[in-house]
Design a protein around this ligand. Structure first.
Ligand code: BGC
Length: 744
């Protein structure tokens, strides 16, 4: 306490003297060294620790202002489905709502890099116009396990799809002159004990999977900031890992922005600063005290201190607050709603469509079932939540599109929804709605409804968010009420020759294998943002031809996922001694690189819906491909032709089967992908994809190097990971390798 007062007095005295001499340099883009030389140790320390502020209510964090040097405060706010700030303020009637865009898993289902950039250009404009400097997004941990509570904030089980999508996200947001923070670096794949869990991961799995997507995002997106995660990685907190934050991130990948912690205080602030974690967020006085003391002891040397401060100053000069940008607080929410809708339209996945059940004609009488038909979820909870003006639901979207809803049924759900307590409504962080019950419907009612309507549409929902993982019973699996409802609807509608459609408004993968035969069609919009219900409706009525594909596998059952053996799905905090609870205190990533389709395809394990899968209302033919190879890599071309009756877009997925070169490799790995333009019936497009020799490499732990083996490579052109439409091959004459420093 005494020390803090002393420091404050020193600062004041220094400020007064400087002011009197009137010789303070003022921060400019080109005088960072001069500013560094003029800064007191106290000022430097202040810059390394987040500040509290009130510039933008409910923004997650701030950096310190140092007025005498013209260093402004900057504002950091969440991400990733849109900007999360408080929508109302006490001193004004004006509102500050933001657009709820589709969540990351749906955006990844678009497999459309250009679309991602368009969406995030709009999102980033809200960041700019609401006076925020950095959006704390994209979230880009891998879908290691279906139950991770934050999977909706992340893209995929595959690092290439995840990395490319994240890079596009970063470019789109940053095109507005605001920053991003790719998070949570790294191996933050479970929420249970997320602050302390030690992810024990092999070097190979890290390099090929859990770091690979970050590598792509950093190299191709150039984010202003990276957020280190809460968890440990192989025994060390990621925020304190020199190997991760300096050797790999900066020295190897060339990152030159700032690293900030995720939102909490750990004991060893000094180790974090030395490791290359520039900024402690949200920032506490104790962190300043620790840093100051360590500098005085010589434990943090001048070079280390200045390195971190320089990084922060380099960041600050890029920010809107530094530019004194006059933000309007009035982004064009109407225009952005259209962007959000379009994004959902281009991403929704059609999982099943027997006998052309869909599209509907558009004028049917519809019995719309499921609480989620009213309580439709646009985004997830926690820091991934967005305060939107409104989230359209399926009742209003279908009515607006001209369908006639069974009014009694609609009223039933509205009334039931109205009885939900307000605490169950998503109003901010960490409000968990998973245990909300679906109201039961009697068989007699279903029989009547089947007679009176043309089609049944059932909207099933799953919610999750930061701080908790999902569970298997009544969550990954259907609840007894849901199952019974599905069975009764299926039986009674099919009896009278009518169809049953299921819409999955879910934050993450669920079990589908045991019940999918009950539905004629299944549409997967995940959590598709505030306008998502309109997009789903347009898919149902054929105004939009679905072109999304799965970024993640739907396994037959939970234990069918290779990581499930080592995931806390039945966790019990009381078991074991502290520090020694499997899957709570530590998690062995025993499955290594065998995650998602890498496992299912290589080991020939049946799944419910494979990675990369998605149907269309039209069909596509793939031409004979061409692959040209040289020492730098390959260029592949293939022509797809719309052979059906309606216009549509096709995603072509390029997988490579590499020669073993001394160690086992997956049967196929995604190395490139491309989405066609909207092709009219009969129209074709020739698509080109490139893969560099480095991108073809696998990580050899023994030699600590990326290795592209010599020999014969197969190139598979798939409509999904399990539906290969054309193949080609090429030879790499000489092996190539890139040696790295081994960190663990
Ligand atoms: C989350 C981050 C988020 C931060 C600020 C943390 O609890 O893990 O994703 O950006 O809070 O809200």
């Amino acid at each position: 306490m005494k020390k803090t007062c002393f420091i404050a007095l020193l600062c004041l005295a220094y400020n007064i003297i400087s002011f009197a001499q009137n010789n303070n340099p003022i921060l400019r883009e080109d005088n960072i060294d001069e500013i560094l030389n003029s800064m007191t140790t106290e000022e430097k320390v202040a810059l390394l620790v987040g500040a509290s502020g009130a510039l933008v209510p409910d923004a997650a964090g701030y950096t310190h202002e140092i007025e005498r040097l013209g260093i402004p405060m900057t504002v950091l706010a969440d991400g990733p489905a849109g900007l999360r700030i408080r929508p109302t303020r006490e001193d004004t009637d004006q509102t500050f709502y933001c657009t709820g865009f589709p969540t990351s898993t749906l955006l990844a289902s678009s497999w459309d890099i250009a679309l991602m950039e368009q969406v995030t250009q709009a999102m980033g404009n809200e960041v700019l116009e609401y006076g925020v400097d950095v959006l704390l997004a994209p979230g880009m941990n891998l879908h290691r396990n279906p139950l991770c509570g934050r999977n909706f904030e992340y893209y995929s089980e595959d690092p290439l799809l995840s990395g490319k999508m994240a890079a596009a996200y970063v470019r789109g947001i940053q095109s507005n002159g605001v920053g991003t923070s790719v998070k949570h670096f790294a191996a933050n794949n479970q929420e249970i004990n997320r602050l302390e869990n030690d992810a024990r991961v092999s070097n190979r799995a890290l390099r090929e999977l859990y770091l690979k997507n970050f590598e792509i995002a950093v190299k191709e997106g150039k984010p202003w900031t990276v957020m280190s995660s809460y968890n440990k990685l192989n025994g060390e907190y990621t925020q304190q890992s020199q190997g991760l934050l300096t050797t790999i991130l900066r020295d190897e990948w060339g990152f030159n922005g700032i690293v900030m912690t995720d939102w909490g205080v750990k004991d060893n602030t000094v180790k974090a600063a030395k490791a290359g974690n520039d900024l402690m967020e949200p920032g506490r006085p104790v962190e300043e005290e620790r840093l100051f003391a360590a500098i005085n002891r010589g434990e943090i040397n001048q070079e280390e201190l200045d390195r971190n401060v320089r990084n922060i100053l380099n960041y600050i000069v890029k920010t809107p607050h530094f530019r004194q940008y006059k933000f309007s607080n009035k982004p064009d929410l109407k225009a952005h709603a259209q962007v959000a809708r379009k994004a959902a339209e281009e991403s929704i996945v059609l999982l099943k469509n027997d006998n052309n059940t869909l599209p509907l004609k558009g004028n049917e009488k519809v019995a719309l079932y499921g609480l989620n038909s009213v309580d439709f979820w646009g985004v997830g909870t926690g820091s991934g939540y967005v305060n939107t003006v409104h989230v359209a639901n399926m009742q209003e979207a279908m009515t607006a599109a001209g369908f006639t809803l069974d009014e009694n049924l609609a009223e039933y759900y509205r009334l039931y929804h109205g009885t939900q307590t307000t605490t169950e409504k998503m109003e901010g962080k960490n409000i968990d709605k998973r245990h909300r019950e679906e109201p039961a419907i009697t068989v007699q009612a279903i029989e009547r409804q089947a007679a009176a309507n043309d089609v049944a549409i059932i909207v099933l929902g799953r919610m999750a968010g930061e701080g908790a993982d999902r569970v298997v019973p009544d969550d990954f699996e259907l609840t007894a009420i849901e199952r019974e409802m599905l069975q009764n609807i299926s039986m009674n509608y099919h009896k009278v020759g009518k169809k049953v459609v299921v819409v999955l408004n879910i934050v993450g993968v669920i079990e589908t294998a045991s019940w999918k035969h009950l539905a004629d069609a299944i549409v997967l919009p995940w959590t598709p943002g505030q306008e998502g219900a309109y997009a789903v409706t347009d898919v149902l009525r054929g105004k939009v031809n679905p072109s999304g594909k799965l970024p993640t596998t739907f396994p037959i059952n939970y234990m069918g996922s290779p990581s499930s053996k080592n995931f806390p799905y039945t966790w019990d905090m009381t078991q074991g001694r502290r520090g020694n609870r499997k899957n709570v205190d530590y998690t062995d990533y025993e499955e290594g690189i065998w995650v998602g389709y890498r496992y299912f395809q290589t080991k020939n394990v049946e799944v419910s819906y494979p990675f990369g899968y998605g149907l269309s209302y039209t069909t596509f033919a793939y031409s004979k491909p061409s692959v040209k190879a040289n020492a730098d890599g390959i260029t592949a071309t293939i022509t797809v032709k719309n052979t059906g009756k309606v216009a549509g877009r096709e995603v072509v997925e390029l997988y490579v089967a590499a020669p073993e070169g001394g160690f086992e490799k997956p049967a196929q790995e995604l190395k490139a992908f491309v989405k066609s333009k909207l092709l009219a019936p009969g129209e074709s497009e020739t698509l080109t994809m490139k893969v560099s020799a480095y991108e073809l490499a696998s990580f050899n732990e023994k030699s600590a190097s990326w290795e592209t083996a010599a020999g014969e490579y197969k190139v598979l052109f798939g409509a999904s990971s399990a539906d290969i439409r054309a193949t080609a091959s090429f030879r790499m004459k000489k092996a190539q390798s890139w040696t790295v420093k081994m960190m663990w």
